[in-house]
Design a protein. Structure first.
Length: 363
C-alpha cells in the first residue's frame, strides 16, 4: 500500500470561517454518505488543536505503524487519522504553529492511505497556516464551505471563499447547515437561525449552492454517540440531506476538474522553464528574468515590497534545474544558484512568457 496522496482520486477540503457551524459534522456524514454510495473514503482531521473526528466517527482506536508510516484507523470502512487518536490522552494539544503544520504534513504524506476515491479534510475554522499549508502541499480537487444562516457566520465564510479562490482551489459549493428545525409533531419548519443566507452568499460569490441541512437533534446525537447516521437511517430522514450533499459534491467535483486554470504541461528544456497553458502550445520563460522576479522574502522585503535582490548579483548564465508544483496555484523553481524559495503563482506567470517582468507573486 502506498503512503501519501498519490493514489487518491479526489481530495476535498471542508472549511468554514467560524467554528461551531457544523463543519466536522458535515465532514463525517459526507464521508459516510460517500462510503454508502460505494466509494472508498478517508478523512483527515485537520483540526490539530481541537480534533473531533474520533468522537464523531465513533472510534478512538490507536493507529499502528508499518515501515515508518502510519496505518490509519478505520470505522465502518472509512479510514481516518486525527490528533485525537495520535494523542488519545484527552489532554489539550499544546504546540506552536510550526509543529501543528508538521503534524498536518505527516497526515498528508506519512499515512498509508492507499487507493481512495475521496479524501476529506476537516479543516479548523479560519484562513491561517493550516489552510495555507494544505493548499500548498495537496493538489486539492476542491473545497466545500460550511456556514450557518446567521449574518456573522456568512460574513466570515466569504473569507474562506476568497482564500480558496486565491490559491486556485475550485469551490465545489456552499452548504447551509442548521438551516431550519423541522418539527416532527406538527410538521412545521422553524428557521431558528434564519434561512437562505447560504444560497445568497453562493450567488454573490458565483459559486454553487450545495443545499441545506436542517437543525436536527438526531444529527447532534449521532455525532455525540459516534453512530453512522447514514447507515442507521438507511439514507433517509435526518440522513437524506447528507446523501443529497454527496450527490452534489460528486457532480460539482467532476465539473471542477474540467475548468482549471493550471498549465497543461511544465517542462525544463535546456535550463529554461517551458509552460504549456494550452495543449501543445509551450511558452518559454527567460531564466534571468524569472530569477529576478523571485517573490520570496529573501529577494523582496515583505513589509515594504522593495526589491532586495539586485540584477548584478544574478549570474548571466543562470539556469532552471527543476520545478516543483505548489498545490494547484503555483510552483517553486530550483535555480542553478541553489535558490528555490519563491512561489511563482500561475495567475502571475500566465501572460509573462517570453520575457518576464518583475511582479508580485506572493500569496
Ligand atoms: P465545527 O466543526 O464547525 O466546529 P461541529 O461539527 O463540531 O462544528 O458542530 C458543533 C455542534 O453542533 C456539535 O454539537 C454538533 O453535534 C452540532 N450540530 C452540527 N450540525 C448540526 C445539525 N445540522 N443539527 C443539529 N446539531 C448539529
Amino acid at each position: 500500500m502506498k503512503p501519501g496522496l498519490e493514489s487518491i482520486k479526489n481530495i476535498i477540503a471542508v472549511a468554514s470561517g467560524k467554528g461551531g457551524v457544523g463543519k466536522s459534522t458535515v465532514t463525517t456524514n459526507l464521508a459516510f454518505a460517500l462510503k454508502a454510495k460505494g466509494f472508498s473514503v478517508g478523512v483527515i482531521d485537520g483540526d490539530i488543536y481541537g480534533p473531533s473526528q474520533p468522537g464523531l466517527l465513533g472510534s478512538s482506536d490507536k493507529p499502528t505503524g508499518q515501515g515508518g508510516f502510519i496505518v490509519p484507523v478505520e470505522k465502518e470502512g472509512v479510514k481516518f487519522i486525527s490528533m485525537g487518536v495520535m494523542n488519545p490522552s484527552g489532554k489539550a494539544v499544546i504546540m506552536r504553529a510550526p509543529l501543528a503544520i508538521r503534524a498536518l504534513s505527516q497526515f498528508l504524506s506519512g499515512v498509508l492511505w492507499g487507493e481512495l476515491d475521496y479524501l476529506l479534510i476537516d479543516l479548523p475554522p479560519g484562513t491561517g497556516d493550516i489552510q495555507l499549508t494544505l493548499s500548498q502541499q495537496a493538489r486539492l480537487t476542491g473545497a466545500v464551505i460550511v456556514t450557518t444562516p446567521q449574518r456573522v457566520a456568512l460574513e466570515i465564510s466569504r473569507n474562506g471563499v476568497d482564500m480558496f479562490k486565491t490559491v486556485n482551489v475550485p469551490i465545489l459549493g456552499i452548504v447551509e447547515n442548521m438551516s431550519g428545525f423541522d418539527c416532527k409533531h406538527c410538521g412545521e419548519s422553524t428557521p431558528i437561525f434564519k434561512t437562505g443566507g447560504g444560497a445568497s452568499l453562493a450567488t454573490k460569490e458565483g459559486v454553487p449552492f450545495l443545499g441545506c441541512i436542517p437543525l436536527d437533534p438526531e444529527i447532534m446525537a449521532s455525532g455525540d454517540e459516534g453512530v453512522n447516521l447514514v447507515s442507521h437511517h438507511k439514507g433517509q430522514g435526518p440522513a437524506k440531506a447528507f446523501v443529497d450533499l454527496a450527490d452534489k459534491v460528486i457532480a460539482n467535483q467532476i465539473e471542477a476538474k474540467l475548468e482549471t486554470s493550471e498549465p497543461k504541461e511544465i517542462e525544463v528544456v535546456n535550463g529554461k522553464l517551458q509552460v504549456s497553458w494550452e495543449e501543445g502550445k509551450p511558452a518559454s520563460y527567460e531564466t534571468f528574468d524569472l530569477r529576478f522576479a523571485c517573490p520570496c522574502a529573501n529577494c523582496i522585503d515583505e513589509n515594504t515590497g522593495v526589491q532586495i535582490l539586485t540584477k548584478e548579483s544574478i549570474a548571466t548564465d543562470i539556469s532552471v534545474v527543476r520545478h516543483q508544483l505548489v498545490g494547484r496555484y503555483g510552483m517553486s523553481i530550483h535555480f542553478s544558484d541553489g535558490h528555490n524559495t519563491g512561489i511563482y503563482k500561475f495567475s502571475k506567470l500566465k501572460g509573462l512568457e517570453n520575457g518576464t517582468r518583475q511582479d508580485s507573486f506572493s500569496v
